[in-house]
Design a protein around this ligand. Structure first.
Ligand SMILES: Cc1cc2nc3c(=O)[nH]c(=O)nc-3n(C[C@H](O)[C@H](O)[C@H](O)COP(=O)(O)OP(=O)(O)OC[C@H]3O[C@@H](n4cnc5c(N)ncnc54)[C@H](O)[C@@H]3O)c2cc1C
Length: 380
């Protein structure tokens, strides 16, 4: 008997789930993978594009490369999800399956930050990163604010990486002495679960004259005065504002009845929603891990392993452990690694820090290459 699986969203979560199920189950499974985009882009590739290290074309992984026979990829926009019936409607059709997995990630709500669209720039989308890339070479003096506009947001270390990479670029352009970099973030330290990582980042900031504005969000931008207005009313003038926009679950998820408090609640070990046969993984959930690809992928692996065991009639495999390893760019081709554990001590995530090195930078390259191979059958 064939099990049908409908996977919504072909990001970290959806791609890992589909490839693992197909690889392990062969023709015991039929997977329909739906995404409105025509290509996948690693989150970290957006920083590569923004800082001119890679072109947008080089970082796009087109879904047409997915040639696994058990995976049918459909480029369609999902318009309704009925979790009770495990039925999904898109702009092209209606689909039902034995198992439904929601992996639709998080959308950006630019309008939630007044003034951001007029006076600032976001760099969390590929188009946004590309636009910032084009204006950075002409930025020669004044203050750049890297500002977080809401929490939770994807990849908590990314704003700190951005500040460090910006410093590197402005130095290379010979304008660092005429510029000021400020990072506004709603945390007390750059990476709260790992004090050692935070210490290393703060030391790097001190070395490079990057100002760390802690425990604050950017509530609005004033386009007339070119100031960022923080959530305590303080005003910081800027010449260039690079924002991390407010994140929201996609509207189709909000309308489906799956979300509570903005995100989809799931059993933290099985990733099951309250609807039978319906799971959710990755950024769209409130599972208790950060919104990051490594966690979306880890959760997808757990869902896949449960389905594989069930179909093979084997014992239930171990549940999701809430661990993951994140890479963190320090500039000058040095990358650190942070191993984080969100579940072992409830309410107290812990992390260990591997200092920046070229060796860890190579590990990050290998991480990307292994996913390109596993998900798209691409070499290198
Ligand atoms: C600048 C930046 C740097 C980052 N660096 C890292 C890093 O170093 N390490 C790391 O682990 N993570 C990093 N991330 C975070 C990472 O990219 C995300 O957390 C990850 O992609 C989440 O995976 P996901 O599967 O939950 O969702 P996504 O990968 O976002 O996939 C969701 C998919 O759903 C699709 N979709 C949404 N709505 C619809 C709809 N209505 N119809 C059809 N399709 C739809 C989208 O097109 C998308 O392809 C970074 C992110 C950014 C922005």
């Amino acid at each position: 008997m064939t099990t049908t699986v409908l996977v919504l969203g072909a990001g970290f979560g959806g791609l890992e789930l589909s490839s693992r199920l197909a690889q392990e189950l062969g023709d015991q499974v039929e997977i329909t993978l739906i995404d409105r985009a025509d290509a996948f882009v690693f989150g970290f590739s957006k920083l590569d594009v923004m800082f001119g290290k890679r072109t947008p074309a080089a970082v796009r992984l087109p879904y047409r490369e997915i040639t696994t026979p058990q995976v049918r990829f459909l480029r369609e926009t999902i318009t309704t999800i009925d979790p009770g019936a495990r039925r999904v409607t898109t702009d092209r059709g209606t689909y039902e399956a034995d198992v439904l997995v929601v992996a639709l990630g998080a959308d950006y709500d630019i309008a939630a930050t007044p003034g951001l669209a007029e006076a600032g720039h976001e760099f969390y989308s590929l188009a946004g990163a590309e636009a910032v890339r084009d204006l950075l070479p002409t930025f020669r003096s004044g203050t750049v604010i890297v500002g977080v506009c809401g929490a939770p947001f994807k990849c908590p270390p990314a704003p700190s990486e951005t500040a460090l990479l910006l410093d590197e670029l402005l130095r290379a352009n010979g304008v660092r002495d005429h510029t000021r970099i400020q990072l506004v973030i709603p945390f007390g330290t750059p990476v709260p679960p790992s004090p050692a990582t935070s210490e290393a980042i703060l030391a790097a900031f001190a070395d490079r004259d990057i100002e760390f504005v802690r425990d604050r969000k950017v509530a609005a931008l004033d386009p007339a005065t070119r100031e960022a207005i923080l959530d305590d009313g303080a005003r910081l003038p800027f010449a260039l504002f690079l924002g991390i926009p407010v994140h929201r679950a996609p509207a189709v998820v909000a309308a489906s009845g799956l979300a509570e408090g903005g995100w989809i609640p799931v059993d933290k070990h099985t990733l099951a929603t309250r609807f039978p046969g319906v799971y959710a993984v990755g950024d769209v959930t409130s599972v208790g891990t950060p919104k990051a690809g490594v966690f979306a992928e880890g959760a997808a692996r757990v869902v896949a392993d449960q389905l594989i065991a069930r179909i093979r009639g084997e014992n239930e495999p171990p549940g999701y452990d809430g661990t993951g390893a994140c890479w963190m760019e320090f500039g000058d081709q040095q990358v650190a690694r942070i191993d984080v554990d969100f579940f072992s001590t409830p309410g107290h995530p812990t992390g260990t820090f591997t200092p920046p090195s070229a060796l860890t930078a190579a590990e990050k390259v290998e991480f990307g290459a292994s996913r390109r191979a596993r998900w798209f059958g691409l070499d290198g």
